[in-house]
Design a protein around this ligand. Structure first.
Ligand code: UDP
Length: 244
């Protein structure tokens, strides 16, 4: 698989074309950003860890029937994935309150929700990714009603599967963000990444934060937390047995 021209550079990843028009290569960068990129850093090894973690998770989801863009990990920081057109939506699922919902609604952190809460945000850095509802997405043409239905039921299924996967390694899945893309054939599938950059993960017993909140809130030991997530997942999942 030949790495061709760079198609796109985001905050944490770069995308490259390949000799196959249906496939692209994703490179995981060491960059970390928070608060709409107002806070930035680079941590050597973060890209490798997120590549490992995201690969294990997407493979596990695929094996459990959730269609997604992941094909294989190529090396430390690269993945081969299906080429999709990413919808301009961030789908957030919450099991426990934390982060923006606490600020927006004045609720305490750590409240367990009776059922998963699914939220939509419009992906636009200049606007600070505003929260939207289904009507906004449909009326502005970001997704059809049918697509939204599928996206939401897929998000809830992913939440069930991921909650179980993380629970089995002693971690509580607090919340996470998903992105979906349209294939050449027009099918909506799960894409992007799932890692401690995009999830809130708390140790089930100690409550310790093992995710990007360590960077957001200057808690220290950011890479150590990501490595802990990788170690726990790789012990229980095929495909993550590579040494760091
Ligand atoms: N999230 C993300 N990218 C974003 C916004 C949120 O991956 O652009 C993730 C975030 O890491 C958390 C969940 O989505 O796991 C909910 O984030 P929240 O809305 O609380 O926003 P925050 O203030 O944490 O960015």
């Amino acid at each position: 698989m030949q790495k061709g021209e760079m198609l796109y550079e985001g905050k944490a990843k770069r995308m490259y074309s390949t000799d196959d028009p249906n496939r692209i290569i994703v490179e995981y960068k060491d960059h970390l950003t928070a608060f709409n990129a107002q806070k930035k850093a680079s941590m050597e090894g973060k890209g490798h860890l997120n590549n490992l973690i995201s690969s294990i998770i997407f493979q596990a989801l695929k094996e459990r029937g959730v269609k997604n863009h992941f094909i294989r990990m190529l090396d430390d920081t690269h993945q081969e994935v299906l080429r999709v057109k990413i919808l301009p939506l961030e789908v957030v699922v919450r099991n426990i309150t934390a982060g923006s919902i606490c600020k927006r609604l004045g609720v305490k952190e750590g409240l367990k929700l009776q059922r998963p809460l699914v939220e939509l945000y419009y992906k636009d850095d200049a606007l600070g990714d505003p929260i939207i509802n289904d009507d906004h997405a449909i009326l502005f043409g970001w997704a059809t009603e049918e697509e939204l239905k599928k996206i939401k039921s897929s998000a809830v299924k992913v939440n069930d599967l991921l909650s179980e996967i993380f629970d089995s390694v002693g971690i509580t899945l607090v919340d996470f963000k998903l992105e979906f893309g349209r294939t050449q054939e027009g099918e909506i599938i799960l894409a992007d990444e799932i890692s401690p950059d995009t999830c809130r993960l708390w140790d089930k017993h100690t409550g310790e934060k093992l995710d990007k909140d360590r960077f957001r809130n200057d808690l220290g030991k950011v890479l150590e937390a990501y490595e802990e997530i990788w170690k726990r997942l790789s012990l229980s999942h095929e495909g993550g047995k590579e040494e760091l």
